[in-house]
Design a binder for this molecule. Structure first.
Ligand SMILES: *Cc1c(COP(=O)(O)O)cnc(C)c1O
Length: 434
């Protein structure tokens, strides 16, 4: 299947090119040319299917023209070595827990899948090693590093701002070794991003080594997120609670929500979606006014959603042909202040015993305020609360239990390469490696 650019200024490309390139040259985003609805038989069988079986069939609908079924199922099986359970929190509100992967956040699914798909295409082409450059302010680096850990033929360089990433986040990409190199940059996150961008534009470097990004806008990272929406629905069917399903997604760059919208286009019976934001709520402003005005992000407790110009917004516009009315019919918005995050975490824990993380709290609150009695609400719990330990402990005044997976990272030995924020030094370092 081919992938077109949302800007439509370049020719569509095939899947290997879309995955290896990541971004079209016209600065749009790649979208699949067809979104194939799944047959009725699939939905009839859904309650009896495992997560891996469900994901296998959804993956075939996306990638079946480009990869044989056995290889694709193998990639799915290696990606999904954890479950995404649906847990009832209160009344008709359920949590879809996406934090049971290696870094305890939902980005694990996309990162693990992308690593394996990229390795497959690189092997099939010329077999040259490929180098992934990723700039991170925390969470993306850990998901990508762990997703790509040990995958043959790929080396990952994680660039992060020295002293500006939490200790829990830092240990998740600085203790791994093997094919993961952590670069501690004396600068800001923006400096890290500028270094990566400059590397992609540098002719010497690109002549010497194959470079790519593992950004969340890559189709191989974003489309697989559709898997767990189907899996959530299967679990609701098994519980007899699958009528009028409303899905609420804590959103930053809107990749996760877009994957849910695509799942719906494939036939998943979702009545409506809610995009839950923190104070970075340009999407809510768009819904209310029809005008999209990006603005600089502000720092909040739900910091993985501190995005002022969501990259996947253009994909949502493209899906609904820029029809504001169609978008507002299906999606509503919500803006959650830090004070409301605190109140929500405390109240939910007090009333139900369920511990929310700050991102899930935005979504839980959005559902609580708008869900009708006839509806079934599911919010995506995108990260384990222990990842935001200080915040949660300051709200609840009691210690948060750290899962074994996180403790293992915290016991590892940090190994980084320290670099300044100047490009010449970064380039010289990459040359020495290759
Ligand atoms: C990345 C992230 C989000 C936002 O996801 P998008 O796909 O960028 O909208 C929400 N919550 C957590 C915990 C994240 O890490």
């Amino acid at each position: 299947m081919n992938y077109y650019s949302t800007n439509r200024q370049v020719q569509p490309v095939d899947l290997p090119e879309a995955v290896i390139k990541g971004l079209p040259a016209d600065k749009g985003l790649f979208m699949p040319e067809t979104i194939r609805p799944l047959p009725n038989l699939f939905f009839e069988r859904l309650p009896g299917m495992s997560f891996r079986e469900i994901a296998g069939e959804v993956a075939l609908a996306f990638f079946g023209e480009d990869i044989d079924a056995a290889t694709l199922q193998h990639i799915v099986d290696e990606t999904l070595n954890f479950e995404t359970p649906v847990v009832r929190v209160k009344d008709n509100i359920y949590s879809l827990e996406l934090f049971h992967g290696p870094t305890l956040a939902f980005k694990d699914v996309g990162a693990r899948f992308m690593a394996r798909l990229l390795a497959y295409f690189v092997r099939k082409q010329d077999g040259d090693n490929i180098n992934v450059l990723v700039a991170t302010s925390g969470d993306t680096g850990s998901a990508v590093a762990n997703g790509f850990l040990g995958v043959a033929g790929i080396h990952v360089y994680v660039l992060y701002p020295k002293g500006k990433v939490s200790a829990i986040q830092e240990c998740q990409f600085t203790t791994l070794r093997q094919n993961i190199t952590a670069l501690e940059i004396d600068g800001t996150f923006d400096d890290c991003q500028a270094l990566v961008k400059a590397a992609f534009l540098d002719n010497d470097l690109n002549g010497r080594m194959k470079l790519t990004s593992a950004n969340s806008i890559n189709v191989a990272r974003f489309l697989p997120q559709a898997f767990y929406y189907f899996n959530a629905y299967a679990q609701l069917l098994r519980r007899g609670a699958a009528s009028e399903v409303v899905v609420c997604v804590p959103s930053g760059n809107f990749g996760n929500l877009t994957a849910g919208l695509i799942a719906r286009e494939m036939g998943l019976p979702v009545k409506r979606f809610i995009a839950a934001n923190n104070r970075n709520d340009v999407f809510l402003q768009y819904l209310q006014t029809g005008v999209y005005t990006p603005r600089p992000s502000v720092q909040t407790l739900a910091n993985a959603m501190d995005v002022g110009d969501p990259s996947n917004f253009v994909r949502i516009l493209d899906l609904y042909r820029h029809d504001h009315e169609a978008i507002t019919r299906l999606i509503s918005g919500f803006s959650c202040s830090d004070d409301l995050v605190r109140e929500t975490v405390a109240a939910c824990y007090r009333e139900t015993g369920y511990l929310l993380d700050p991102h899930g709290a935005c979504a839980y609150q959005a559902l609580s305020e708008s869900l009708q009695p006839s509806e079934t609400g599911v919010f995506l719990e995108t990260a384990h609360p222990a990842k935001f330990r200080e915040t949660i402990e300051s709200i609840l005044h009691e210690p948060v239990e750290i899962p074994a997976k996180l403790q293992t990272f915290m016991q590892g030995t940090k190994e980084t390469v320290e670099l300044s924020n100047d490009f010449a030094g970064f380039k010289a370092f990459l040359f020495r490696q290759n």
